[in-house]
Each structure stands twice: as structure tokens, then as C-alpha cells.
Ligand binder design. Structure first.
Ligand code: DHB
Ligand code: FE
Length: 281
């Protein structure tokens, strides 16, 4: 059967993609950031997934403000990098797993999480920057990727608790798929950041540290964080962190935190990154 063996979280700052694509990764500003992902690049070579369920948010790229699905699932065979205004990123097309995604949709929807099924979609920096950080710049992405977009762009965004429970439902879906597949779930976005208004540039390092420290051993301490606390403490875009809770809900109760990385500055965002391994055999 398919099995989730680990989860990974990472911020998805679009300027990271631009730095990579324009040959700036060795610049003094960016070098420490990219060095922070060398562990993940080696770890994933040692522990390669067949499929990544990649939880991210679309930034009004594939979905305009005309239609805003709260939770969606990419069920297509492939997903092209989106043109976000300066041409698509020069990264490989993302290969999906249409059969597995259809199974996940069936299982999760019958479990009363009504995902929007998406059969055609381009993917923006929310999905491609995490792939670049973890896999570098290969000619083709080394695994299949099932995109799971979450609305954190327009209120009402889903609650952290709802996200955690969706993770639980995802796990059931994966474990009821008969094919032997090694599956990872990635939760992307965050950490504290605010891109607009008088508080633009807000970073809250103690708050981020608590989030990073708790999500492995004590996710229940995080699932009740409300939208107002995200907004007040983590800035207007800090709400992206609810997506990390989908990843966490899909893992075992007991996990090992094998990587923790936190870095400021990266554009306007506090960059956080974790790898959590399942403990149950
Ligand atoms: C930035 C961060 C984001 O998460 C995003 O979607 C856009 C911009 C930034 O820090 O610049
Ligand atoms: Fe974002």
C-alpha cells in the first residue's frame, strides 16, 4: 500500500526562485539561505519519495478572485509553471499522478472534506519554489507531485484545526491506495511576513520559534491559533502557516524532527523549514 514516511515544510518566497533562475544563489545575501537547504537536498536523495502531496497556496495566479476554492486537488497528468507576470520560471513541468489523485479525491470527499477537483492548472511560486529549494535544478523533477492548493489569500481562510483534520483524512486516503508508493506531504508558505500596509516587513522571531518547536511534538498547541492571532503576531501573510498543519495532520502522532532551519532575511519573509519523519514502523 502507499505510505507516508515523512513531511517537510518550507517557505516559498518568490524572490528565492528569481535568485536561482538569475544565477544569484552564491550572492552574499542568498548564500546562507541556500546553504540551509543542503541538508534537505541530501536527505531527499537518501530518502526519495515516489509522490509528494504538495500543500501550497495559489497567489491569484491559477484562480482569479472570481473563483476561490478553499481546498483543491490537482488531478491532472501535469501542471505547467505559471507566468506570474515575467514569464514562466525555467523549471520542469510538474508531473502529477492522476490515478492516485482521483483516489485521494474519492476517499477525502467521502470523508466529508469537499475538495475542488482541478483538471487543468498552472502552478505558481507557491509550488515551484519549494521544489527548487529541495531538489535543486534537475532536468526533470525526480518524483510525481499532487498539488493541493489552499485558500489563504482571501478571508475566510480555513482554520488551522480544519487543516489538521484534512491532513488526517489525507493519511487515510494514502493508506487505502493499494500501490506501494513512498509518499511525502509538504506544507509550504509562511513564516511570519506581511507584504503590505504600515506593518509591511513585519517578522516575529519568537512567535515563529514557538511554531517551529511545537509542530512536531505538540501540534495541538497550534491548531487552535485563530486568524486574529496569525494576523496580529505573524503578519497578514502569516496565515499561510495553516498549510503546515495539513502536513502535520497527515503524519504519525510521534514524529522525529530531523531538520530545523530558520533564516531572516529573505525578501520580506522569515524563512522556516522542517523535515519530520514518522516514528511508527
Ligand atoms: C513574499 C512572500 C510570499 O509568501 C509571497 O507569496 C510573495 C512575496 C516576499 O517575502 O516577498
Ligand atoms: Fe506566499
Amino acid at each position: 500500500m502507499a505510505r507516508i514516511y515523512a513531511g517537510l515544510t518550507t517557505s516559498h518566497v518568490p524572490a528565492i526562485g528569481a535568485a536561482l533562475d538569475n544565477g544569484k544563489a552564491q550572492d552574499p545575501y542568498w548564500r546562507p539561505l541556500f546553504q540551509g537547504y543542503e541538508f534537505a537536498q541530501q536527505w531527499i536523495r537518501d530518502n526519495p519519495p515516489d509522490v509528494v502531496i504538495l500543500v501550497y497556496n495559489d497567489h491569484a495566479t491559477a484562480f482569479s478572485l472570481e473563483i476561490i476554492p478553499t481546498f483543491a486537488l490537482g488531478c491532472a497528468e501535469e501542471f505547467a509553471p505559471a507566468d506570474e507576470g515575467w514569464g514562466p520560471r525555467p523549471v520542469p513541468v510538474v508531473k502529477g499522478d492522476a490515478r492516485f489523485a482521483a483516489h485521494i479525491a474519492q476517499s477525502v470527499i467521502l470523508d466529508e472534506f469537499d475538495l475542488t477537483i482541478v483538471n487543468k492548472m498552472d502552478v505558481d511560486h507557491g509550488l515551484t519554489v519549494p521544489l527548487s529549494l529541495v531538489f535543486g535544478a534537475p532536468a526533470a523533477w525526480p518524483c510525481r507531485v499532487i498539488p493541493l492548493p489552499v485558500n489563504v489569500v482571501m478571508y475566510p481562510a480555513p482554520t488551522g484545526n480544519r487543516c489538521f483534520n484534512l491532513g488526517r483524512a489525507l493519511r487515510k486516503a494514502v493508506e487505502s491506495y493499494p500501490q506501494d508508493l513512498r509518499v511525502m506531504v509538504w506544507g509550504t508558505g509562511g513564516m511570519s511576513h506581511q507584504l503590505q500596509g504600515p506593518r509591511a516587513g513585519l517578522i516575529n522571531q519568537p512567535w515563529d520559534a514557538r511554531f517551529l518547536d511545537s509542530i512536531g511534538p505538540d501540534p495541538q498547541a497550534l491548531v487552535r491559533i485563530g486568524h486574529l492571532e496569525y494576523l496580529r503576531e505573524a503578519g497578514s501573510e502569516g496565515i499561510e502557516l495553516v498549510m503546515w498543519l495539513i502536513m502535520r495532520g497527515a503524519l504519525d502522532d510521534n514524529v522525529r524532527t530531523v531538520r530545523r532551519f530558520y533564516h531572516v532575511p529573505a525578501s520580506n519573509t522569515a524563512v522556516g523549514h522542517l523535515i519530520l519523519e514518522n516514528c511508527e514502523p
